[in-house]
Design a protein around this ligand. Structure first.
Ligand SMILES: [Zn+2]
Length: 273
């Protein structure tokens, strides 16, 4: 399978510590409202990203405003000969901002730039078990760094948008890492409000994470992509992709997890027709 890796310093193996005071990146109502969203940008989204057209009107308005804020605050640049244009900027920013609808807060302040490569690339990963080091080739489609840099493959940014029901979306995946990393820890728990919420988060996610690992080891097919069993940080990003792209199945098979993510993201993708 294709790997989407996160480079995040040390990955902590325990979901959800008891960090309560993360940064709040509040957006004022003034910022969220009423700047004109270009008609050509709407066309780009209608053509390339089915989820955009499925959104109820009020959420679509919010998404458009968040997209404008994103493009004001965050630099998106192309590398390896990729020339920047509105299609790249709008499709990247909007897919990221779907995570922020109804949140009244923005990505962490340290997120300043997004680098877009034309395609994914192959990298060598070194693994060490019991003193034996092995190398394996992995395909990297995107990265989210704790210092606030996100790298994306444009090719996969587009296909992730177009295939809106396969449970895979590169931009959603990498920006979910940014939410997880907002408090400085890539541990599978974003900033939550209360100790009770952290306890609930840990309880539900740990159970599903362990069950996912068990199923994969047993060769069973799983709804949540097996990459989510890599570690708690990947679990959070992969479940976020499933939540937005396969809400029906996630709710049916993992109702508690669906509810947890619905409470966190403050949206119900299942209700978007
Ligand atoms: Zn990842």
């Amino acid at each position: 399978m294709t790997a989407i890796i996160i480079i995040a310093g040390a990955l902590v193996a325990i979901i959800a510590g008891t960090r309560l005071l993360g940064n709040k990146h509040d957006l004022s109502d003034m910022e969220i409202h009423r700047k004109p969203f270009p008609a050509e940008w709407r066309l780009i989204l209608q053509k390339q990203w089915p989820i955009y057209s499925r959104l109820p009107e009020d959420l679509r308005d919010q998404l458009e405003q968040l997209t404008l804020i994103f493009l004001e605050r965050i630099e998106i640049r192309g590398v390896e000969g990729l020339e920047m244009n509105d299609e790249i900027r709008v499709l990247t920013a909007s897919q990221a901002c779907i995570l922020l609808i109804n949140q009244k807060s923005f990505f962490p302040d340290k997120l300043r730039s997004v680098v877009i490569r034309p395609n994914g690339y192959t990298a060598t990963q070194h693994e060490s078990y019991g003193g034996i080091t092995s190398e394996k080739k992995i395909q990297v489609l995107g990265q989210s760094w704790e210092n606030g840099l996100v790298v994306l493959s444009w090719d996969n940014t587009k296909t992730g948008a177009r295939n809106a029901k396969d449970g895979r979306n590169l931009v959603i995946h990498e920006f979910a890492h940014q939410l997880d990393q907002a408090d400085g820890h890539a541990d599978g728990a974003p900033i939550l409000g209360s100790p009770e919420q952290y306890t609930k988060w840990r309880k539900v996610c740990s159970r599903v994470f362990a069950d996912l690992q068990r199923k994969i080891e047993g060769g069973e097919k799983t709804l949540i992509d097996e990459y989510g069993a890599t570690n708690p940080a990947e679990f959070f990003s992969v479940v976020t992709e499933t939540f937005f792209e396969k809400p029906f199945y996630l709710k049916k098979r993992r109702p508690e997890l669906y509810q947890l993510f619905q409470e966190y993201y403050k949206v119900d993708p299942l209700s978007w027709k």
